[in-house]
Write a protein that binds this ligand. Structure first.
Ligand SMILES: CC(C)(COP(=O)(O)OP(=O)(O)OC[C@H]1O[C@@H](n2cnc3c(N)ncnc32)[C@H](O)[C@@H]1OP(=O)(O)O)[C@@H](O)C(=O)NCCC(=O)NCCS
Length: 189
């Protein structure tokens, strides 16, 4: 069992293109999601107050694409950046990864993040060779739980006061995961 790192490859889904971020995504990222407190409420990063913060973060992210184990996509719809999804390596040796994501409010509840997250899960198992992909959501953030379930993940447990969110609450979280063998069953005709 070994990960075969492939870098942030562009992924096309029915409606979306997931691609690496570029420096000139700053304006769209700032106005479409990063400066919206409703989007960042449950995140670990603070709402961007100025576009310079967005430029600075992109200047950190973009050079990371030279590393083949960096997986971070800009979610685009009709070429417009509308959100982000990341696949983190939690344990390289055991082939365990985790996904995290956000999109702008204007695009909520249209099945968009489920479509993006399913594509990233397919990539993680089918291209990189992960064995276990996990995700968790704050109990007070059921929309994220909806995305996780739509990726075929199973409930694995509950953790109390797991992280301090931007809204300033120690969030109780539900944990989910999908195994490669679960995913393979969904690939059979
Ligand atoms: C959470 C978030 C990613 C959901 O994205 P989305 O594109 O709106 O999700 P989807 O449309 O794919 O919805 C998936 C399921 O969850 C449900 N859902 C979505 N938002 C919901 C909400 N606010 N309350 C209850 N259910 C919700 C959907 O109805 C859907 O289920 P269904 O197909 O049975 O109807 C989006 O709201 C967001 O970016 N929020 C801010 C950032 C964030 O919280 N990220 C997660 C941190 S853990």
């Amino acid at each position: 069992m070994k990960l075969h790192h492939a870098g942030t490859q562009t992924i096309q889904t029915q409606r979306l293109v997931l691609r690496p971020f570029a420096l000139d995504d700053a304006e769209a990222m700032f106005f479409n999601w990063a400066n919206d407190p409703q989007v960042t409420r449950f995140m670990l990063w603070s709402t961007h107050q100025t576009i310079q913060t967005t430029r600075d973060i992109l200047a950190e992210w973009v050079p990371m694409y030279k590393y083949p184990d960096y997986y971070h996509w800009c979610i685009t719809l009709n070429e417009e950046p509308i959100g982000a999804i990341e696949l983190f390596i939690r344990n390289e040796r055991s082939c365990v990864g985790e996904i995290g994501y956000c999109i702008g409010q204007k695009w909520w509840k249209q099945g968009i993040m489920s479509e993006a997250a399913k594509a990233v899960v397919d990539f993680a198992f089918g291209t990189v060779g992960f064995n276990h992909i996990e995700a968790h959501h704050a109990v007070d953030n059921p929309g994220s739980g909806g995305v996780i379930k739509k990726c075929g993940m199973q409930y694995e447990g509950h953790m109390r006061q797991k992280y301090l969110s931007t809204r300033g609450v120690l969030e109780d979280c539900n944990f989910y995961a999908i195994l490669k063998e679960d995913w393979e069953r969904t690939q059979q005709p």
